[in-house]
Design a protein around this ligand. Structure first.
Ligand code: MGD
Ligand code: MGD
Ligand code: MO
Length: 771
């Protein structure tokens, strides 16, 4: 008999069909107008080949541990074989290491920032369980911000008083579809990325909104190195901008408007502070360089006539600027966001329906598509008793530089001395930049614990390995502050091997550390799921009078509607009455010239929006270099389900596709389908060339997420762009990752290259002789 189990992942909500403990099908929700094809990949989680099936310990680590040796313990990481362990021995090793490190070095020496997307289930959410556990025994070093967004929210917190405008609370797409006349898209507006939402998305609505935008005849300008960043059926004007030069374009547009006297002086006066320094910079008063269309054209590669015409259209019509998260994942990534805010302020439509600026539309599926005003389910980390943290992308710096200092949001801090790393639900060997540099620093801590269902490159480089179940093997609840639904995630199949749920792993360690009761509060799995749902349900009733179904009804149906708001104009109240609705900034207004930044004097983040050439860009490239865009993969989420059919169908000859313009390929003697070697100052990888005029000249697009597979000569075999990208902060203010700032060279490869999959599987050397 086939069982139908409601379930969800970051790529949507669906029903899993199960027969005899096997997944025999996946059906999308019938209320989802545009379900993600990735849902069909989840059956791959149930295949054992790349799963971690039992607890393991690295042999070299165990020997050193037994001798009490700490120096050089990490040397064999990624090389040594693993030995299988019974769970109780694995638990005792983990608990023992936590006790030891706390006693000898203090809680700051445990790094459990553990960045990563893990499962969409909010109860078994791996990093939350880990952090809750460690908070009960004195805390850990955590992280702030995300790889998705860091520079952006940091600059917005100081200039808008909140990062809501890039967290899905700017104008709703409904208001844009209804009111906007000129839509200027920086980056992307694409179902490729909008398939995904952290914690799961009920229904996929981006395409519906885009169709309405097309039907209303909104003029759309796509400013991106790739025409594929907007569906081709949206008839847009494509401006193939040089990557990382959008700040200059925003400044040039604002400068044109100012020079024509079309700026909204009243809005600037009433609603902004520090505009003088910014306007004077546009006029070129300080540096002798007027910021206008001609100036911007030189930097961006976009014709000056187009820029000047767009500047006029943006003040003549209701105009909206959308800017993807990708733009701030670049060196000086604070600046495009601030420059867009400056431009929108000069235009003066902020707070009007369909006017102004917003960030991250389509970067995740929930941004702008529905404004969830309820309280989504979440599992509490509890109170963190110590303060130690790093900006998320400074992980290699942390490991390389204990005791060193760093700045963040205008303050100075010190890197702790990391002895123990516990990573649960993330894959740094996917997400971090300059993986070869990470790999060297990764040898330094005394102990690395990795908790994951899959035998990832990070698992391969751990010491104590804890096998987690996937969401298919346990009950959970999904939802997100940007999602329209709260969703049931029923258990579909029995756990593979000896895998345990993330909550159970943390609970067992909590028991050994004497904090089990505080950790569980006496609830079991279904007790917690019910408790989390009831919190959401009670809030909807209390604040909005919305009746959500009883738990049993919700659990059987698989989803419940959250309270949502359709029409939303960001900052409408502030615009109406700036004194009555002061922003949480230094002036209570939109900050265009910052006193805080003027005091700090950071060369890489000045006191007003400023064009600063990035560390690597086409304006300072050698003839044969291309700008690498390592964007999000169509067929999977990051490194998850990388070997499933949909992800594989996006590869060619078993490697990631490197897309480039045919003219660039011709110059290098590369034909479509050729194997190429892509190299940068940091490393090299192989990929398969795909030629397309939809990629701007000078640019190479190689998506992220293939499984890190160093080959015999050190060249990465699968097409992982993070062996190429630089590990540099966006600036002293935001310290975000700069993944999209990277110059590479591409050459055709002749001769045999080892098979990436075979090398990967060979490298696993799962527990062997010692069993
Ligand atoms: N060059 C470049 N690099 C980038 C980016 C880029 O644009 N360019 N983008 C960055 C961005 S935006 C992000 S968000 C990061 C993403 O980086 P990550 O979030 O680290 O990537 P994922 O592959 O989603 O890793 C999630 C891990 O959790 C595991 N997992 C899944 N379910 C469970 C579970 O139930 N329990 C446990 N314990 N583990 C589970 C998966 O097997 C996987 O190993 O990458 C960043 N890296
Ligand atoms: N299918 C799929 N969807 C995903 C994810 C996934 O792994 N797979 N990951 C999710 C996550 S965690 C996140 S944070 C979001 C990220 O969402 P985004 O940051 O919006 O996604 P990206 O694909 O990195 O970038 C979007 C586009 O921005 C353009 N771009 C890059 N640099 C520049 C620039 O300097 N200027 C301009 N004008 N354009 C530029 C590139 O052409 C790129 O295709 O995606 C989410 N959605
Ligand atoms: Mo992300």
């Amino acid at each position: 008999m086939i069982r139908r189990v409601p379930h969800a992942s970051h790529w949507g909500s669906y029903t899993v069909l199960v027969e005899d403990n096997q997944i025999v099908g996946v059906e999308p929700l019938d209320i989802d107008p545009d379900p993600s094809p990735i849902i069909h990949s989840v059956a791959d989680w149930a295949k054992p080949e790349r799963r971690v099936l039992r607890p393991m310990v690295r042999e070299g680590w165990l020997k050193a541990h037994e001798k009490g040796v700490f120096e050089g313990r990490g040397a064999g990481r990624g090389e040594d074989r693993f030995l299988a362990l019974p769970w109780d021995e694995a638990e005792e090793l983990v608990a023992g290491e936590i006790r030891r490190v706390i006693k000898d070095h203090g809680n700051d020496s445990i790094f459990a920032g553990s960045y990563g997307w893990t499962s969409s289930g909010r109860f078994h959410h791996a990093p939350s369980n880990l952090k809750r556990l460690l908070n009960l025994v004195g805390g850990y070093t955590g992280h702030v911000d995300t790889y998705s967004i860091a520079a952006g929210p940091v600059i917005l917190r100081h200039t808008l008083g909140s990062d809501a405008a890039c967290g899905g609370y700017a104008n709703s797409l409904d208001s844009i579809a209804e009111h906007t006349k000129t839509l200027v898209v920086f980056g992307a507006l694409t179902p490729r990325t909008a398939q995904i939402e952290a914690g799961g998305l009920g229904t996929h609505k981006l395409e519906t909104h885009l169709r309405r935008i097309v039907e209303r005849g909104v003029k759309v300008i796509l400013i991106s190195p790739s025409r594929d960043d907007l569906p081709h059926w949206v008839n847009a004007d494509w401006w193939p901008i040089r990557p990382n030069t959008d700040t200059a374009l925003c400044l040039g547009l604002a400068g044109e408007i100012l020079a024509a006297g079309r700026h909204d002086a009243e809005f600037l006066n009433r609603c902004t502070s520090g505009a003088d320094s910014y306007l004077s910079y546009l006029r070129g008063e300080a540096d002798g360089q007027v910021k206008n269309a001609r100036w911007a054209a030189e930097i961006t590669g976009i014709g000056p006539g187009r820029i000047a015409a767009l500047a006029r259209a943006m003040v003549d019509t209701r105009s909206m600027i959308t800017m993807s998260w990708s733009l701030q994942r670049a060196h000086h990534g604070e600046q495009p966001y601030w420059a867009a805010l400056g431009l929108a302020s000069v235009i003066g439509q902020i707070g009007l329906p369909g006017g102004g600026v917003g960030f991250g539309y389509s970067s995740l599926g929930g941004v702008g598509t529905h404004l969830n005003i309820g309280r989504s389910p979440a599992f509490s980390h509890g109170h963190k008793p110590n303060k130690a943290f790093i900006p998320v992308a400074r992980i290699t710096d942390l490991l390389e530089n204990p005791g060193g200092s760093f700045t963040y949001e205008g303050q100075e801090y010190t890197y702790p001395d990391t002895r123990l790393v516990w990573w649960a639900g993330g894959n740094p060997y996917h997400h971090h930049q300059d993986l070869n540099r990470l790999d060297a620093a990764w040898k330094r801590p005394e102990t690395i614990i990795v908790q994951d269902p899959m035998f990832t490159a990070t698992v391969r480089r751990g010491d104590i390995i804890l096998p987690a179940t996937t969401s298919l093997e346990r009950n959970d609840i999904g939802g997100n502050r940007r999602s329209d639904l709260v969703v049931a995630m029923g258990k579909c199949i029995e756990p593979l091997g000896e895998a345990r749920s993330d909550h159970e792993i943390a609970r067992a360690i909590a028991a050994r550390l004497g904090v089990e009761e505080a950790f569980t509060e006496g609830r079991d799995e279904m007790g917690w799921i019910r408790h989390m749902y009831e919190g959401t349900r009670a809030d909807a009733k209390a604040r909005f009078g919305q009746e959500m179904p009883e738990f049993e009804e919700f659990w059987a149906k698989g989803w419940a509607q959250m309270p949502v708001k359709r029409m939303h104009s960001y900052l409408a109240e502030f615009r109406e009455d700036p004194e009555g609705h002061r922003l949480e900034t230094e002036s209570g207004k939109i900050v265009l010239g910052s006193q805080m930044l003027a005091d700090r004097q950071y060369a890489d983040c000045p006191a007003h929006p400023t064009w600063l050439p990035p560390a690597e860009w086409l304006g300072a490239a050698a003839e044969d270099q291309l700008h690498l865009i390592s964007n999000q993969p169509l067929g999977r989420l990051h490194s998850q389900l990388e070997t499933a059919d949909y992800s594989r169908s996006e590869k060619r000859h078993g490697r990631e596709q490197a897309r480039m313009h045919p003219d660039e390929a011709k110059k290098r003697g590369i034909a479509d389908g050729n194997t190429v070697k892509v190299s940068s100052a940091r490393g090299a990888c192989y990929a398969t060339a795909t030629l397309t005029p939809t990629v701007a000249r000078g640019v190479l697009v190689l998506p992220t997420g293939s499984w890190f597979t160093p080959g015999p000569d050190g060249v990465e075999l699968s097409g992982n762009p993070n062996v190429l990208t630089p590990d540099i902060p966006t600036s002293a203010l935001g310290q975000g990752c700069s993944a999209h700032t990277c110059l590479v060279r591409v050459e055709k490869v002749t001769g045999e290259i080892p098979d990436s999959d075979a090398v990967y599987m060979g490298s696993l050397q799962a527990p062997m002789a010692a069993e």
